[in-house]
Design a protein around this ligand. Structure first.
Ligand code: NDP
Length: 501
């Protein structure tokens, strides 16, 4: 069955709570913009604390509903597999929705929607393979086993740059582990998350297992982060918001995972294959118009090949086909938000003020209409201590930094508050491994970049956050362990002394 959500254009979209669509408590809606036109294209419900409360209540009820509480893990996997099939059937419409909503090029949203069914299928398979253990307890006549239980109601707060993929990174393991979810998409990109709610309903998940409260971060997002009924928060977004969300989780004494920003070092040694390395740098920073957390935005190049590599990267940047994101030929679409383009423009000015030179781009391309486009931009003669190399710009801007010594390179690569990802291009395996061990980053790519897999644990260090998505680790993070200790010896206990033997 095809989802009806593509007809969201020009309509008002409601909240999804307790297995049904419902109007926001306060009756307010807000406009969501199409970045390629700079114009509103539908209205999303402006959910507030009352709506969050209702959604958390619906999720808590689902956790007590025998249809979800007592479901076998295998059957849970079946439901997730069915959801994967439905996503597969609706790939094209979901890709169109996201491209319209956040301006990401259709080639990339198609690739992401093609990957999502595999992602859910992987966790569907894991649903009945994560379990407790029988432990060799150091007492005779006793049995100790552990149960791996779901945590309860999980709040998932997602950003606008890859709405469904980032949601799925938490949602798939979270559902596989048996939790119920309240999701808060970014106010800028609600459409695909609402479409997913419809697919969850079609897949047959019991009412309340997946709920969506759209709305603003400061109202709906904050209300969700603070809600005492939440057992865990899975947050992806900016570092400052992450700090606030973590503080709410701490106040409620619940765990949280934080997938935050990055300023990833991308290194080219003088023995690298230049064509592959340049391709990696271009794809690593200009994909999604630079709006990816792992963008390789600090590009360190060995002095011996620096001028040549900068010239090649700049030439490739100038040749990028900028255009409407729904056009198959487009390589770079608009930025997702008007404010994001203004932020990028401020950083480009900072870079020039600090003495970096523009080797390519630096301004708005001459594209007709009011879309929020920006040229792929290459700064040469950048230094790691410049603001453009320290702050996450989250736009199509790369800082080309010269280095000549490996130890100094590693010191510079690690001289960042962030620690999300890193890349290195070299034919020397010893050097690649030295770099991989020394660099402070949750993911290290060697002779490749931005290569993701559902089996490969990912997540940042330092100000890039904590917690892992992907792989078995991700699913364990959505469970808690209960230890059950049984005395089958029949002996009596000393009532007043703890049983240590
Ligand atoms: P924000 O931190 O502003 O927003 C992320 C989410 O949090 C949105 O849903 C937002 O809602 C919500 N939010 C905002 N304020 C609050 C609050 N006080 N309490 C609770 N929730 C809140 O980030 P951006 O949307 O600007 O996303 C870009 C950032 O996300 C970048 O810094 C990027 O690096 C990071 N990111 C990290 C990734 C990773 O995997 N490490 C992946 C993708 C992005 P609303 O949008 O409605 O304000």
């Amino acid at each position: 069955m095809k989802t009806t959500m593509p007809q969201i254009a020009g309509r008002r979209a409601d909240l999804f709570v307790g297995g049904d669509w419902r109007k926001p408590a306060a009756g307010r809606y807000f406009a969501s913009y199409d970045p390629s036109a700079g114009a509103p294209w539908y209205e999303a419900a402006d959910g507030d604390a009352d709506d969050v409360d209702a959604a958390v209540g619906a999720a808590a009820a689902a956790m007590q509903d025998p249809a979800w509480r007592d479901i076998t893990q295998t059957r849970r996997g079946d439901l997730i597999r069915r959801l994967a099939e439905l996503i597969d059937e609706n790939q094209e419409s979901l890709a169109q929705l996201e491209t319209r909503d956040n301006g990401k090029i259709i080639g990339e949203t198609r690739a992401q929607m093609n990957y999502l069914p595999q992602y859910f299928t992987y966790f569907a398979g894991l649903a009945d393979k994560i379990h407790g253990e029988v432990l060799p307890i150091n007492k005779t006549g006793m049995l100790n086993f552990t149960l791996r239980e779901p945590l309860g109601v999980v709040g998932i707060i997602a950003p606008w740059n890859s709405p469904l993929s980032i949601l799925a990174a938490a949602l798939a393991p979270c559902l596989a582990a048996g939790n119920a979810v309240v999701a808060k998409p970014s106010e800028h990109t609600s459409a695909s998350t609402l479409a997913l709610a419809e697919l969850c309903m079609q897949a047959g998940f019991p009412a309340g297992v997946f709920n969506v409260v759209t709305g603003y971060g400061e109202s709906a997002g904050r209300a969700l982060a603070r809600h005492p009924g939440i057992a865990k928060l899975a947050f992806t977004g900016g570092t400052d918001t992450g700090r606030e969300v973590a503080a709410h989780a701490a106040a409620n004494l619940v765990p949280c995972s934080l997938e935050l920003g990055g300023k990833s070092p991308h290194v080219i040694f003088d023995d690298a294959d230049p064509a592959r390395a340049v391709n990696g740098v271009v794809a690593g920073v200009f994909a999604a118009a630079g709006q990816t957390c792992v963008a390789g935005s600090r590009c360190f190049v060995h002095a011996r090949v620096y001028d040549d590599i900068v010239a090649q990267v700049a030439a490739r940047a100038r040749a990028v086909r900028i255009g409407h994101p729904a056009d198959d030929a487009t390589q770079l679409g608009p930025l997702a938000l008007r404010a994001q383009r203004e932020k990028v423009e401020r950083y480009v000015q900072h870079g020039l003020d600090e003495g970096a030179k523009l080797a390519a781009g630096g301004g708005r391309p001459g594209i007709e209409g009011d879309g929020w486009y920006f040229q792929p931009t290459v700064f040469s003669d950048a230094r790691n201590d410049m603001k453009i190399a320290r702050d996450e710009i989250f736009g199509p801007v790369v800082c080309m930094i010269r280095f000549s010594d490996e130890a100094d390179l590693i010191a510079q690569a690690n001289d960042s508050v962030y620690g999300l990802a890193a890349g290195v291009w070299t034919r020397d395996i010893d050097r690649a491994l030295r770099f991989a061990r020394a660099v402070e980053a949750g993911t290290v790519w060697v002779n490749t970049y931005r290569s993701a897999s559902f089996v490969s644990p990912a997540g940042g260090f330092k100000a890039s956050g904590y917690g892992k998505h992907n792989g078995v680790e991700a699913m364990r993070e959505f469970t808690r362990i209960k230890s059950v200790v049984i005395d089958h010896s029949g002996r009596d206990h000393d009532a007043f002394v703890i049983q240590l033997k």
